[in-house]
Design a protein around this ligand. Structure first.
Ligand code: ZN
Length: 302
């Protein structure tokens, strides 16, 4: 159910084969281990736990939540012995929005019956936090953009970064902020990394990091331009619906095939962030002038 890779000595990454290529990680010390995120499904969290506790045979002492979203935190309850660390906002949002969405999810599926929200025990919101696991130094820093509570986790000696969702094969800004995401990606590009474990997607190797960041920055700039153009139309929503993810320079097979629907949500969220509530689509409010409105208005803005 999960794909496991050894990223460096005593450092592992896990990738879900069932949900959106979401990732998690582990750093194994001589006496205990640290886990980064939990994946989405109970069986997946339990698979990570049994790999560490049964196969490697060390207890899990710490669990880091890179941010509060379900696919990274709903497994917290399956690591009962661990101290959970997260951003102060992660604790707050998991307690409010997280509880609400778990209630919703329970109505739709039995899978989450056994899930309980467990909040981070230790939080911070500024500066950083360092932990030693065996001979490795793990440093945590806020890195917002995908969400306001995103933490990155750097294994300093290996130059391996677990970036959380601020780094994905398709940037996702619906719960975040595009400007912050751009700033965070630029920060990552200066870190001199061997590997980036993206929150969703495959491991990015040293030689691919610059290209992947450029690619993500180009995507963000393409959707920004497109949203600006759409704002000049009477029915911006129609124009946004027509922009495919390929037109923004990304493939639709990314994120386990969810790319186009995430992209559509990005466009609408960015519009609302820049211009306020998105007007209704034309089919909701069709009028005769519709066709004219769409002619001769193709010049680039901004
Ligand atoms: Zn995620």
């Amino acid at each position: 159910m999960i794909k496991r890779e050894r990223v460096a000595d005593n450092v592992f990454s896990f990738q879900s084969e069932v949900y959106a290529q979401v990732t998690a990680g582990a750093v194994i010390g001589p006496n205990w281990a640290l886990v980064i995120d939990t994946l989405a499904m109970p069986e997946e969290s339990l698979e990570i736990r049994s790999f560490i506790e049964q196969e490697i045979q060390v207890p899990i002492r710490y669990l880091i939540n890179t941010h509060y979203h379900a696919d990274h935190t709903w497994g917290n309850c399956f690591f009962p012995g661990a101290t959970i660390i997260g951003h102060t906002l992660c604790r707050e949002w998991l307690n409010t929005r997280g509880r609400a969405s778990l209630e919703e999810a329970r109505k739709q599926s039995n899978i989450y019956r056994q899930v309980k929200i467990v909040l981070p025990h230790m939080t911070f919101s500024q500066g950083g936090l360092s932990l030693r696991v065996g001979k490795k130094t793990i440093s945590l820093h806020p890195l917002p953009g995908h969400s306001g509570d995103n933490l990155s986790v750097l294994i300093e000696e290996d130059r391996v970064l677990f970036a959380g969702d601020v780094f994905m094969s398709l940037p996702y800004i619906v719960d975040g902020n595009a400007d912050e995401l751009v700033a965070s990606l630029k920060k990552i590009s200066k870190m001199g990394l061997e590997n980036v474990i993206q929150g969703h997607g495959d491991i990015v190797l040293r030689g691919e990091i610059d290209g992947a960041i450029k690619d993500n920055l180009a995507y963000l700039s393409a959707i920004r331009k497109f949203v600006r153009r759409s704002a000049r139309r009477k029915f911006p929503q129609d124009m946004l619906a027509d922009m495919t993810v390929e037109e923004a320079g990304k493939s639709r097979v990314l994120i386990g095939g969810l790319a186009d629907s995430l992209h559509q949500r990005n466009l609408r969220a960015l519009y609302e962030h820049m211009y306020g509530k998105l007007p209704q689509a034309s089919e909701d409010e069709y009028d005769e002038d519709y066709e004219d409105e769409f002619e001769g208005e193709d010049e680039e803005v901004g």
